[in-house]
Design a protein around this ligand. Sequence first.
Ligand code: PLP
Length: 364
Amino acid sequence: MTSRKIDFANLKHQYKLYKTEIDEAVHKVLDNANYIMGNEVKELEENLQIFTGAKHVITCSSGTDALLLAMMALDIKPDDEIITTPFTFISTAETIAFLGAKPVFVDIDEQTYNIDASKIEEQITKKTKAIMPVSLYGQPANMDVIQAIADKYNLKVIVDGAQSFGSTFNGKRDSNLGDISTTSFFPAKPLGCFGDGGAVFTNDDTLAQKIKSLRVHGQSKRYYHQYIGMGGRMDTIQCAIVDVKLKYYEKDLARRKEVAEKYTEALKGKDLILPFVDERATSAFAQYSVRVQNRDNVQSKLKKQGIPTAVHYPMPLHLQECFAYLGYKNGDFLVSELISNEIMSLPMNPYLSDDEIEFIVKHI
Ligand SMILES: *Cc1c(COP(=O)(O)O)cnc(C)c1O
């Protein structure tokens, strides 16, 4: 048997592929020494605007800080409640709690693994200020229903799009969904930089102005501060890197979709539950995640063949120690609990060859 080593996200290959252009872009920043808020920041923001169609793009220090900036711009305060999903990366609810507000969890849909929009309304109270859906694994949540509920109860919608940059819902890029949408340029995300980075998107002029100010310590002009803000800028070097990669991103997205289709075609008929994409949506396929019964077993077998897998995520947020104070318990969100026990992500990146896909599938 041939032995091989498959790379989960294959970031090394990505750098090799664009090395000349990336090196040149980085060196240009070094030569100019404009490390903070250099020209490349503005250039990336303009190109992201063109790509997404969002009116305003504000790059920032991470996907986590993007969520903080979004909520600070919306004046989220202690004791406010924000409705979100327990089946996500910690940042989603962590940032809500960090601002002193209360994450209120709603279970997920068993097909998309996104927040179950039909269960949101029953959790709305006088304290509810916003709904924060997450576009898990790259696919937007049921935004038709979520937006309708938000409109009915006068709530804000913040979309955690850390995994879904470039996806669409009803033909619209995900960066235009909700009042504010965010993303992350963490290296392993579909569009990543070579460190930490993120962005906030909005079509609202007033919010955009405020987010820009909050990103630089709430200043109105240098050393004059209108708001309590944060040091939330994205490095010029990181912006230069994303700007190079953005040029090839449409192609990357297309290949991710193709890889997903090849997986799905080849895995049909096996004892697995495969990803489901809503007909109104396209996914950025940050992950290709399947449900398996005997996950530990399957994972260790694949590992022996040099095939890495990952679990996003093994424990839903309502059961995390840091959220014990919220008073949730095992059994509160049965779908999230079930999926977290069965979900397993296969290697996913645009550089995965057909040959590698075949090899992976053969060993499942
Ligand atoms: C990665 C991720 C974040 C955080 O992004 P960082 O850039 O790592 O801070 C937030 N939400 C979700 C759903 C994520 O997957």
